[in-house]
Design a protein around this ligand. Structure first.
Ligand code: GZL
Length: 309
């Protein structure tokens, strides 16, 4: 009798696809949309079975999603933590279930760093420093002028908001003529950025020389508020922001935004590769930092065709 030798092993050979549970912050910005697309595309290309959950920027929804991934016994969990704190308990549950956790985009503040394998994302402090250094260079054109800055912070308690503020303040610390006169969160959204800028304009009006926005969406909201107040964004008020999304390049080409500091959302391919390495038992670095640049308005038109998000 000829046994169909190997039939069993054949199915065993067709290895079960890796199942990844991913908890995403939300859909609050152009950056986030591009980040989600990068992750979904990379999972599809890599043959990884992705279970994707959108938390609408609520930490409790991320905790619920991670618990559900644990219950489903996924092979690996990845997430972008909406805020830095409050993760120890659920990450201990993942560790107890022997499911590796990969951080992407934003960092967490945990006592035990063995609760995650690696963190893939930008250096937000350096992004803040780059924004501040650009302003210092720009200020050299008007050395005697005081530059009053209003700051639109990202989501309260999030790594990018905390770090971009720190980095920017580090960079401008030495210059007495450059100071932040108002700072408030716009939660990384256009709508909130516009609303907070309207309030700044009401209370500070012509006293505002610079807007420092922690992301392009809030900067675009502020630009709308400045125009509705009858002023020219980009000339009456200098606008500095971070992310480098297409909307920022369009605003720079229109002369309404002065510079955007790049923060790449295209983390998908790296995430899938690292997940495979982790599951294969290969050592991975604890921190993987994305390479990024700074794009002033002068280069926007030339650079725009090359932009991928
Ligand atoms: C940064 C990311 C931030 C972006 C915002 O890596 O976490 O969240 O700068 C997004 O646009 O909402």
């Amino acid at each position: 009798i000829i046994t169909i030798a190997g039939f069993g092993s054949a199915s065993a050979l067709a290895a079960k696809p890796v199942v990844m549970g991913f908890s995403q912050v939300g859909a609050e910005s152009e950056w986030r949309t591009a980040n989600t697309l990068s992750i979904k595309d990379a999972a599809k290309k890599d043959g990884i079975n992705l279970k994707f959950a959108d938390a609408q920027q609520k930490q409790e929804n991320q905790v619920k999603a991670i618990r559900s991934f644990i219950a489903q016994k996924v092979d690996v969990i990845a997430f972008s933590p909406v805020v830095e704190t409050g993760w120890d308990t659920v990450l201990r549950e993942a560790k107890a279930a022997k499911i590796p956790v990969i951080l992407t985009d934003r960092a967490v503040n945990v006592t035990d760093t063995s609760l995650y394998v690696t963190f893939i994302g930008s250096d937000f402090v350096e992004e803040g420093r780059r924004a501040g250094r650009w302003l210092l260079e720009r200020a050299k054109k008007t050395p005697d002028r005081t530059l009053n800055i209003v700051e639109l912070q990202g989501t309260v308690g999030s790594a990018p908001a905390i770090d971009r503020k720190n980095g920017f303040e580090q960079a401008i610390a030495g210059n007495a003529k450059i100071k932040i006169i108002r700072s408030q969160t716009g939660d990384f959204t256009r709508a909130k950025g516009k609303e907070v800028m309207e309030a700044f304009l009401k209370s500070q009006g012509k006293n505002i020389n610079v807007v420092y926005a922690h992301n392009d969406d809030m900067a675009i909201g502020a630009i709308q508020a400045i125009e509705e107040a009858g002023m020219k964004p980009g000339t009456d008020i200098i606008i500095i922001s971070i992310d480098g999304v297409k909307g920022a390049f369009e605003a720079m080409i229109a002369g309404k935004l002065n510079v955007t500091v790049e923060c790449s959302p295209l983390l998908g391919p790296q995430l899938m590769q690292v997940a495979r390495d982790v599951l294969a038992g290969k050592p991975v670095p604890k921190r993987i930092t994305t390479e990024e640049g700074v794009f002033p308005a002068e280069v926007a038109a030339k650079e725009f065709p090359n932009r991928k998000y």
